[in-house]
Design a protein around this ligand. Structure first.
Ligand code: ATP
Ligand code: MG
Length: 293
């Protein structure tokens, strides 16, 4: 119950009145930075719980879980994925990063490349960027759309609304098949992004993370924010909610994401499979056999 209440302000299940400006990137749920140490202990507990739940998820082999991460550069996608998933069994998790599509991928419909990476039952799949780029970067830079090899008559002013509809249908289809979906938008401020870029320039061991392209994309900040707002407004649903996660404080971002993943697994009613009478007899037989050795 408590975890549900904590998550409520960040979970968007209906996009009807969604406004990005109602969400503060620096929000920490009223927790001061002195709470940082406690937050990392809480995160460790969350990671531990996640590991137990993942074990049952795999044993039960009914549900799958898809986690989608979207964000501006330097919002902390990579670090969040690394920290939150640090305790889970690598055999049950896969991470897929989606970059600009290859020519093979451009020869297919836009969901094709992601569809192949949807997690199987019992597994957790992570999308580091996803088909949502098709209504973000592609919308901000129309020349990308022009390169997508779509028949001309299909590219109309309705295309973004149509893509939202297709995404919604796809997510409904997956959830109806037992693949639960959580979507995270790591919401960083423009000011904090600049600070992190500067840090990448200043610190030698962070230099490798710096990319001039990221600074170029920053010039389209307002267009991206508009696209994110419209996207969340059109694709938030009860079965595949968006979490708008404040991302100016990394300790808080990680706490919210870990809580959301644990919460979603807790509500799946996961149970280890029960063995039936016949299987029990088999176990007893094996025990007798081993003892007799
Ligand atoms: P990091 O920078 O931490 O390695 P990243 O996710 O930013 O992570 P990059 O290789 O820098 O990885 O960026 C991937 C780029 O691919 C992004 O600019 C993104 O917008 C772009 N991209 C992803 N999907 C598509 C798509 N469907 N069409 C066009 N561009 C896309
Ligand atoms: Mg990048």
């Amino acid at each position: 119950m408590k975890i549900d209440k904590f998550l409520t302000p960040y979970r968007i299940e209906s996009g009807k009145h969604f406004r990005l400006k109602d969400h503060d990137p620096a929000d920490t749920h009223g927790l001061k930075s002195e709470f940082k140490k406690e937050a990392s202990e809480l995160l460790a507990k969350g990671v531990q719980r996640l590991s137990v739940l993942q074990d049952i998820l795999a044993a039960q082999d009914r549900w799958g879980l898809l986690l989608i991460f979207q964000a501006m550069d330097a919002a902390g996608k990579d670090g969040t994925i690394k920290h939150v998933m640090s305790g889970v069994n690598p055999q049950g998790v896969s991470v897929h990063s989606f970059k600009a599509p290859s020519s093979e991928e451009l020869d297919h419909d836009f969901l094709w490349r992601t569809m192949k990476c949807v997690p199987e039952r019992g597994h957790i799949g992570i999308f580091n960027r996803s088909y949502y780029e098709e209504v973000l970067v592609v919308r901000v830079h129309r020349e990308i759309l022009a390169n997508e090899k779509l028949p001309k008559s299909l590219v109309t002013r309705q295309i973004w609304r149509e893509r939202f509809e297709d995404i919604n249908n796809f997510e409904r289809y997956l959830t109806r098949n037992g693949i639960a979906i959580l979507k995270f938008f790591l919401h960083v401020s423009k000011k904090e992004q600049k600070r992190r870029f500067m840090e990448r320039l200043d610190k030698v061991d962070k230099n490798w993370k710096f990319s001039a392209a990221d600074v170029r994309e920053r010039q389209f900040w307002a267009d991206y924010q508009d696209s994110y707002e419209d996207m969340i407004g059109h694709t938030a649903s009860k079965h595949a909610p968006w979490y708008v996660v404040p991302a100016d404080n990394k300790w808080f971002t990680r706490m919210v994401v870990a809580a959301a993943v644990v919460h979603s697994l807790e509500t799946m009613d996961l149970k280890y499979p029960k063995v039936n009478a016949e299987q029990k007899a088999e176990l007893e037989k094996a025990r007798t056999q081993l003892k007799a050795e």
